[in-house]
Ligand binder design. Sequence first.
Ligand SMILES: *[C@@H]1O[C@H](CO)[C@@H](O)[C@H](O)[C@H]1NC(C)=O
Length: 228
Amino acid sequence: MAGSFVPQLLLALILACTSVFPSLSFAQSGFDFFYFVQQWPGSYCDLKQACCYPTTGKPASDFSIHGLWPNYNDGSYPSNCAGSSYESALISDLKEELQAYWDTLACPSGDGEKFWSHEWEKHGTCSGLDERSYFESTLALRKSIDLLAALQSAGIEPDDGSYEVEDVQEALKQAIGHRPGLECNTNISGKRQLYQVYVCVDTDASTLIDCPIFPSTSCPSSVTFPSF
Ligand SMILES: *[C@@H]1O[C@H](CO)[C@@H](O)[C@H](O)[C@H]1NC(C)=O
């Protein structure tokens, strides 16, 4: 009798645990999707806190990568997972591309290493990818998604003009195939402006999907698109 009771009890315990803590059953790649986040440099640089151009010079007037962030369907996210610490040498041949698409605007001016190291350690270590694949996948996403071209084809230009958020979203949806999440910030004069775009990506780090949940950031119905 005890021989059949104990395994059943164990099974019941395991089932109870995995239903209460579903993420525990998948080790560190147990997240639900990625946010691929791109930022508009003009909306980073006109805030109270200064921005500093990277040591390589003023970045292009284009969206740049903020990061590829593992996320859960409930809006929370894993961070700083156990994993290897950032090793510059593993991606040294990607540095030129990283500087073009994933440049840093933080002060003091840097060459990007500090930014990439932060993104890898906070988010990349939870991605289930090794460091090199993490940066390669993120660059590939950036190259396949041209947010600025999508906006410009709808007549939305970084000209300090005011645009309907609905039009911004529609233009991006046309290009991406899915509605993106938008984040706005506020410039010194109190104007709300387009700051970051969140595209949802499957756990394979390449397939674009409908967002299971949108970031809890908000934009008013009309926003400015600052020049840079
Ligand atoms: C804030 O945005 C508005 C609208 O684009 C612009 O006219 C104003 O100059 C901006 N203020 C600063 C300090 O950049």
